[in-house]
Design a protein around this ligand. Structure first.
Ligand code: ZN
Length: 260
């Protein structure tokens, strides 16, 4: 019988999550920005590293690769079009990652926007979305256009609603605060806000969330909803109608949003 796979968050820096998929013997890590906390977790749980998966080139996702590969000789998977240290398995759309020690198979989904080569990994009912989809938010557009990012998010929304979403940062409460300014009367969002505030108060991650919950609460996935459109039009002009324009304005508003 196969040992069930478990997923544990390893915290790094101020708000990064390095997700570890393991079967109590072997482990794969996603976006190890820092090797130290990964090493500690592997030792504490008596796990052998068997693979490193990268979503995009930013240092807070890749900074630990070299050190981890130096001590454990494991394959490094990542986006083919980005410069990833020690990458020996460049990936493109619809390719799969298979890690035999874990009997883990993940499919690659190209999601440009935050960076141009950003990829997400999907399989076993899980989505590892990196800095593309966050709890109740989305990544900043450092390299891509609003149209690219919206297309990427829409692509992720095609996955089953029950898919568990593992993001690379704990940004959920800030994102919920912004979402509540956009849709103050969204009942699912209000319930989520309460639950996630409790989780943070109890030092628990707000993740994983589910795609269904994101589609019901995340304003960046709701650019076709009348409430979201009307909010943007109210602030930016009634001539704004196209979902890409709604998304673009929403993203800019979030960039300038600060909790008072
Ligand atoms: Zn990033």
């Amino acid at each position: 019988m196969n040992t069930p796979l478990l997923i544990s968050p390893v915290r790094a820096f101020s708000d990064n999550y390095i997700w570890v998929i393991h079967n109590q013997r072997y482990a794969a890590v996603i976006d190890p920005g820092d090797a130290g906390p990964v090493h500690d977790f592997l030792i504490q749980n008596n796990l052998t590293l068997c693979g490193i998966l990268i979503t995009h080139h930013h240092a807070d996702h890749t900074g630990g690769i070299t050190e981890l590969v130096r001590t454990c000789h494991v394959p490094v998977f990542g986006p083919a079009t980005e410069n990833i240290p020690r990458m020996d398995h460049p990936l493109t759309e619809a390719e799969t990652v298979h890690l035999a020690p874990l009997q883990l198979t993940l499919q690659v989904i190209e999601v440009p926007g935050h960076t141009l080569g950003h990829i997400a990994y999907f399989g076993h009912g899980w989505l590892f979305s990196g800095d593309t989809l966050f709890g109740c938010g989305c990544g900043r557009l450092f390299e891509g256009t609003p149209a690219q990012m919206l297309t990427s998010l829409e692509k992720l929304c095609q996955l089953p609603a029950g898919t568990q979403v593992f993001c690379a940062h704990e940004y959920t409460l800030d994102n919920i605060a912004f979402a509540l300014t956009v849709e103050p009367d969204n009942p699912v969002l209000r319930t989520r806000s309460q639950q996630d505030h409790e989780r943070i108060a109890n030092h628990q991650p707000t993740l994983p969330s589910s795609l269904g919950l994101e589609m019901a609460t995340n304003p960046f996935l709701r650019c076709n909803e009348p409430t979201v459109r009307q909010y943007v039009q109210h602030l930016a002009g009634n001539n704004i109608n196209h979902p890409v324009e709604i998304f673009s304005h929403l993203r800019q508003m979030k960039n300038h949003f600060h909790l008072s």
